[in-house]
Design a protein around this ligand. Structure first.
Ligand SMILES: Nc1ncnc2c1ncn2[C@@H]1O[C@H](COP(=O)(O)OP(=O)(O)OP(=O)(O)O)[C@@H](O)[C@H]1O
Ligand SMILES: [Mg+2]
Length: 228
C-alpha cells in the first residue's frame, strides 16, 4: 500500500452461505483509493455494490482478502475494534437510512459526535440539519419524516464527525432534482474544503460523472476502473 492510499482492497471476496449453498457475491476485488479523491461505484442491482461498500467501511467482514482503511487492516479486528475505527474515520450514508427510530432527527445527527466526546454538538447538529434543508424538522422522529427527509438526516449524521472517508450508498436515490443538487453540493464541498475522500455508489450517471473515477461492478466482479 502506498502512503497516500486511504483505502485499499486486495483480493476481497464475500461468500454467503444459505440453505447449504454458497453464493459468491463479490469475487476477488482489487482497488485502492487515494486520500482526498472522489470515486463512484456503479453497476446493476444485485451486483454487490452495497456489500462492497460495507466491507470497505468496516461494517461487515470479507470472506477472504485484505481491507485497509487509513493504514489499519480491518480483517483481523473484532466488531468493537472495527466500530472504533469507523467512528474515528468513517461517515456512512445507508441506502436504507438506518436512523435510530427512538431518536429525533436532531438526536440522530448528534450520535456520532457524542460518541467522539465532542462539545457544542447540539448547535453543530442543528447547523447540519439546516444545511440539508431540515431545520424545521429537527424534533421529528424518523417515522414522521418522508423517505427523502430521512435520507437527508442520514447525510447530516454522516457529515457530523467530519469523516476522513465518506461512503454514500445511493445518497440521492430518494431525492428530487433540487434536493439532489443540494446534497451533491454538500458532499463535494466536504471533499474540497475538508479533504474528505468520497466513495459514492450511484445509478445516477450525472453524479458519477462529477467524481474523478468510476468503478463498475457486475456479478460481483470489478469490470472497469476508469478516470473521469
Ligand atoms: N445477508 C445476505 N445473505 C445472502 N445473500 C445476500 C445477503 N446480502 C446480500 N445478498 C445478495 O448479494 C447480492 C448483492 O447484494 P447488494 O446489496 O450488494 O447489491 P447492490 O449492487 O447494492 O444492489 P442494488 O443496486 O439493488 O442496491 C444480491 O444478490 C443479494 O441478494
Ligand atoms: Mg445496494
Amino acid at each position: 500500500m502506498s502512503a497516500e492510499n486511504i483505502l485499499s482492497i486486495e483480493n476481497v471476496s464475500k461468500v454467503y452461505k444459505s440453505a447449504g449453498k454458497e453464493l459468491t457475491v463479490l469475487n476477488a476485488i482489487n482497488f485502492s483509493v487515494t486520500a482526498g479523491s472522489t470515486l463512484a461505484i456503479t453497476g446493476p442491482s444485485g451486483s454487490g455494490k452495497t456489500t462492497l461498500l460495507g466491507l470497505c467501511a468496516g461494517l461487515d467482514r470479507s470472506s477472504s482478502g485484505i481491507v485497509r482503511l487509513n493504514g489499519v487492516q480491518l480483517d483481523g479486528l473484532s466488531e468493537d475494534e472495527r466500530a472504533a475505527v469507523r467512528n474515528k474515520y468513517v461517515g456512512f450514508i445507508f441506502q436504507n437510512f438506518q436512523l435510530m427510530p427512538t431518536l429525533t432527527a436532531l438526536e440522530n445527527v448528534m450520535v456520532p459526535m457524542e460518541l467522539r466526546g465532542l462539545k457544542n454538538i447540539r448547535a453543530h447538529a442543528l447547523d447540519l440539519l439546516d444545511k440539508v434543508g431540515l431545520a424545521e424538522r429537527s424534533h421529528h422522529y424518523p417515522v414522521q419524516l418522508s423517505g427523502g427527509e430521512q435520507q437527508r438526516v442520514s447525510l447530516a449524521r454522516a457529515f457530523s464527525n467530519k469523516p476522513a472517508l465518506l461512503f454514500a450508498d445511493e445518497p440521492t436515490g430518494n431525492l428530487d432534482a433540487e434536493t439532489s443538487e443540494k446534497v451533491e453540493k454538500l458532499m463535494f464541498e466536504l471533499n474540497r474544503d475538508a479533504g474528505t475522500t468520497l466513495v459514492i455508489v450511484t445509478h445516477d450517471l450525472d453524479l458519477a460523472m462529477r467524481t474523478s473515477r468510476i468503478i463498475k461492478i457486475k456479478g460481483g466482479q470489478l469490470i472497469s476502473d476508469e478516470s473521469n
